[in-house]
Design a protein around this ligand. Structure first.
Ligand SMILES: Cc1cc2nc3c(=O)[nH]c(=O)nc-3n(C[C@H](O)[C@H](O)[C@H](O)COP(=O)(O)OP(=O)(O)OC[C@H]3O[C@@H](n4cnc5c(N)ncnc54)[C@H](O)[C@@H]3O)c2cc1C
Length: 466
């Protein structure tokens, strides 16, 4: 299949809603998966590859997806290039998930970044490493990743039913026979012995992820850590910021000047955050602030605003910068201050720092006052901006919070509250920083859920599954 083409979806076989208002007959699935995102597609493929390639008649693995086709969120990942994972060993990956990282150990042992790359290569998607350990498909197309999963699911006999009518609307557990009952928006009813909830979080809602999984998990007796936006751009008060929109500044250090104690990190990226910064028409974005944004969101629940301190010249100490500006004054007196400053930061930022330091466009180095030289150093080393809001769930790349981890067995992704129920991906209280960690989390937990489903189906009475 060509990389830039999505295959036609298999015809949906969900029973049509009944003409009468009474309950329609339920369709049966051995393994029912809610959500064909990263976790759901991996779980379906892993379970199907284990069971259906050897078994006749095949077990029935069914995926219900709200969007018109599977993997739509994966298609937008990494700007359409799909940063599938990150290089680094197991401990490094676990550390990225902060306070909850240890939960991921068994899932990463089942499918770590190298195993994921091998899986993708085995399905026709070789990958390569780029800056900061980010791993991308050689095709540089997210569609090649989604197509690999569509092929794998089709070959493993997985049925995918996608479109608004197939969205799961509510989920219950029938205590009489231990089956899960899922009603769809279109009125169909599914019954399954093993159910996987992997409908993602509630961020980037236009991609279909509207927090349904939290509702389903709560209905089945689970508690939630309050969902909040993460990896989300920040709104700032200073008007000058918007004038720099579109400007990316590499390798800056950003710290939160917290009005209170910093919350414990959920994303695992220690403050300060060191990475690239992007100015936007509303404030700040880019990995340097995105990776702090979850903590910012948490602090903004308590305080009306907070200050970020940005170091644009983190490799140069203050006294070195002060001495450099004195040299401009003494030996480059006729040169424009803005031209000299552009040797340290991009020209547009240099112009803005001059303006903020009271130096006009024609200001030359010999005219710099001690106060202006000091102001330049301050703006380079400790530029303070006031953040008053995040762009919210609508623009957050992931949702922090979710189903409490002590209610899920990390060894198999099975609920400790409701046997036979599996949970994977962003619906769980796990969040990584940007850099491929969140897809790895979804693929690893989805894979482990798929393996668990195959065991539960082969031997439903197997002890020790929970
Ligand atoms: C713009 C953007 C870029 C990103 N780039 C990267 C990146 O490069 N690398 C990275 O690691 N992470 C990236 N992420 C994060 C990554 O997309 C998620 O962490 C990951 O997709 C989560 O996987 P998941 O399977 O848990 O959920 P999702 O992939 O979100 O899949 C959930 C699926 O469930 C479906 N669904 C929702 N409700 C229902 C329902 N009621 N019934 C049926 N189906 C339902 C949704 O339509 C969706 O298809 C990015 C996110 C965004 C928004």
């Amino acid at each position: 299949m060509q990389d830039n083409q999505l295959p036609p979806l298999p015809a949906a076989t969900t029973p049509s809603p009944p003409a009468a208002a009474d309950t329609p007959p339920a369709a049966h699935a051995d393994f029912l998966i809610l959500g064909a995102g990263a976790a759901g597609m991996m779980a379906a493929a892993a379970c199907g590859e284990l069971l259906n390639k050897r078994r006749h008649p095949p077990i029935r693995i069914v995926v219900l997806e709200k969007n018109p086709r599977p993997g739509i969120k994966v298609l937008v990942c990494g700007g359409g290039r799909c940063n599938v994972t990150n290089a680094g060993d197991l401990d490094y990956l676990i550390a990225q998930f902060g306070r909850n990282g240890r939960f991921l150990t068994p899932a990463l042992q089942a499918l770590d970044n190298n195993a994921l790359r091998t899986w993708l290569a085995g399905h026709g998607v070789p990958t390569h490493e780029e800056h900061d350990g980010k791993i991308y498909p050689d095709s540089n197309k997210a569609s090649s990743v989604v197509n690999a999963f569509l092929d794998a699911m089709a070959e493993a006999g997985v049925e995918v039913h996608s479109g608004a009518d197939h969205a799961a609307a509510d989920v219950t557990h029938d205590a009489a026979d231990g089956k899960f009952v899922v009603r769809t928006s279109g009125g169909a009813v599914w019954r399954a012995g093993v159910l996987l909830i992997c409908v993602g979080g509630q961020s980037y809602t236009r991609m279909g992820t509207t927090g349904d999984g939290y509702r389903f998990a709560a209905a089945l007796g689970h508690d939630l850590v309050t969902p909040r936006p993460a990896i989300v751009p920040l709104l700032c008060k200073q008007a000058w910021i918007s004038e720099l929109q579109g400007l990316a500044v590499p390798d800056v250090e950003v710290r939160i000047e917290s009005p209170g104690p910093l919350p414990r990190l959920a994303t695992g990226k220690p403050a300060p955050s060191i990475n690239d910064l992007l100015f936007t028409h509303f404030g700040l974005s880019g990995p340097a602030v995105l990776n702090l944004s979850e903590i910012v969101a948490e602090l903004l629940e308590k305080f009306p605003d907070l200050t970020l301190r940005i170091d644009f010249a983190r490799h140069s100490p203050r006294d070195e910068l002060s001495a450099r500006i004195r040299r401009w004054h003494d030996t480059d007196g006729r040169k424009l201050a803005r031209t000299m400053l552009a040797e340290i930061v991009p020209q547009r930022l240099a112009d803005m720092i001059c303006r903020l330091s009271g130096i006009d466009d024609a200001g030359i180095c010999s005219q710099l006052s001690a106060g202006q030289a000091h102001a330049i150093v301050e703006h380079l080393k400790a530029c303070r901006v006031t953040v008053y809001a995040t762009r919210g769930f609508k623009e957050a790349m992931v949702t922090a919070g979710g189903v409490k981890l002590d209610q899920v067995n990390p060894k198999n992704m099975e609920s400790r509250i409701c046997p036979g129920l599996l949970l994977a991906g962003e619906v769980l209280d796990l969040t990584g920083p940007s850099g491929g960690y969140n897809l790895q989390l979804a693929f690893s937990t989805g894979y482990l859920a798929g393996i668990t489903a195959s065991r539960l189906i082969r031997n439903p009475a197997a002890p020790g599954m929970v």
